[in-house]
Design a binder for this molecule. Structure first.
Ligand SMILES: Cc1cc2nc3c(=O)[nH]c(=O)nc-3n(C[C@H](O)[C@H](O)[C@H](O)COP(=O)(O)OP(=O)(O)OC[C@H]3O[C@@H](n4cnc5c(N)ncnc54)[C@H](O)[C@@H]3O)c2cc1C
Length: 377
């Protein structure tokens, strides 16, 4: 079976790797550079906290497990850090909502415990647990380096199973005959035959590709700031209200804050001394006391791909036989599981019943011919 995967972010490389491993002849087509889209501007925290409904929570947990399973294929897995993380809130409303989330996910079997401030100080001496609310510790959580993840999976897919990878190959059309996929066409006119095409274009899946309809998206913008290398011993990821921080290699600290994301309506080039960087640094300094003399070295913004109802969209498109999509927020967490699901369904012919609520069909009304019409969401 010939499978063409469009897009080489963390989702596309997972799909390409698992499909090649399952025995498909895989061609991965990337418009730019490998993992050069959202995946390399991601906080990339592997977690299922706050994820609802239950099916979406379970999909995120499956993603966390799938990261661990990948270590069987790659014992070193130099992209994966199951470091554990601390999280707390400082406002009464935030504390109440957080306690309820922890109660719920704990009942669902998630690894979480309440810890005191002495424990935080002992495990992470650089961290000040602000406020007086309770602090949760999530031992099973961690983060990934998506570029390294993609690099290693692509290397394995090409060297072990003969997958082919083309960069600078922008797909402009998915081509069909009689309602069945026959291949794709790239911007330079090259046609590549396929029995199945999987669209993993993230935030660009909201564009029509020839016979393939656009997915309805409700994408938002995300901003990340990075310090230069700093002499801190932080190993865990830390979350205080809407602030997220974690190590990013060589002593750099990655900083994210939802309220800063919310100030932008589209990705743009930001200044390292601009208002976004200043807001991120000030918030980070309140929690990581060693950042007093430290500036922001880089700040990036990008699109966060989110299907219109906020949930993952994965599976075959109604009305186009042989065409699937795999698009999600929380892709850093879910990607390895999505790769397995797509490979099972497309290559091995095994349907995943737990994916029923994530199918693209929920967005489309189909015409009499079975062709997908307008998105309904
Ligand atoms: C600030 C921020 C923080 C985040 N934090 C987390 C987090 O903590 N945990 C988590 O799990 N998730 C997080 N996410 C979400 C996560 O990063 C994304 O869900 C994930 O990176 C999406 O990966 P992707 O492979 O679908 O998309 P991308 O990485 O964007 O990859 C899509 C690729 O497709 C290519 N492409 C597009 N169109 C074409 C075409 N026509 N032809 C060929 N190639 C094409 C692009 O060039 C790109 O390389 C965060 C996102 C942001 C922005």
């Amino acid at each position: 079976m010939r499978v063409v995967v469009i897009g080489s972010g963390i989702v596309g490389t997972s799909v390409a790797y698992e499909c090649a491993k399952a025995g498909a002849k895989v061609v991965l087509l990337e418009a730019g550079r490998i993992a050069g889209g959202t995946s390399t501007v991601s906080f990339a925290w592997t977690n299922a906290t706050g994820k609802r409904p239950r099916a979406y929570f379970a999909l995120n947990v499956a993603g966390m497990r799938a990261h661990l399973e990948l270590k069987r294929d790659f014992p070193d897995a130099p992209w994966f850090f199951q470091s554990g993380g601390f999280e707390w809130r400082t406002t009464p409303a935030g504390i109440a909502a957080f306690e309820e989330d922890v109660r719920q996910i704990s009942e669902w079997g998630y690894g979480v415990e309440w810890v005191d401030r002495e424990t935080v100080a002992r495990m992470e001496p650089d961290v000040t647990a602000t406020g007086e609310g309770p602090i949760a510790y999530f031992a099973e959580e961690g983060w990934v380096d998506p570029a390294l993840y993609s690099a290693w999976l692509i290397r394995a897919a090409t060297s072990r199973w003969g997958a082919e990878v083309f960069t600078g190959a922008r797909v402009v059309a998915v081509e069909t005959q009689n309602g069945r996929v026959v291949g794709v066409r790239t911007a330079d006119g090259t046609q590549i035959a396929a029995d199945h095409v999987v669209n993993c274009t993230g935030g660009l899946s909201g564009l029509e590709l020839g016979d393939a309809p656009a997915l309805p998206l409700a994408s938002t913008v995300g901003v990340l700031a990075f310090t230069p290398p700093v002499a801190l011993t932080l190993r865990s990821h830390v979350h205080a209200d809407d602030l997220d921080m974690r190590p990013d290699g060589a002593g750099r600290i990655m900083i994210h804050k939802v309220s800063v994301d919310d100030t932008l309506s589209e990705p743009q080039t930001l200044a390292t001394d601009g208002p976004e960087a200043t807001a991120l640094l000030e918030a980070a300094r309140a929690v990581l006391t060693g950042l007093e003399m430290v500036p922001i070295e880089a700040i990036r913004s990008t699109v966060r791909p989110i299907p219109a109802d906020g949930l993952t969209c994965a599976g075959e498109m109604p009305g186009i036989s042989g065409y699937s999509v795999a698009v999600t927020h929380s892709g850093a967490t879910i990607a390895p599981q999505l790769g397995k699901v797509v490979a099972d369904e497309v290559v091995r012919g095994r349907t995943h019943a737990e994916m029923e609520s994530f199918r693209p069909s929920r967005f489309f009304a189909t015409g009499n011919s079975g062709t997908p019409r307008r998105a309904v969401a």
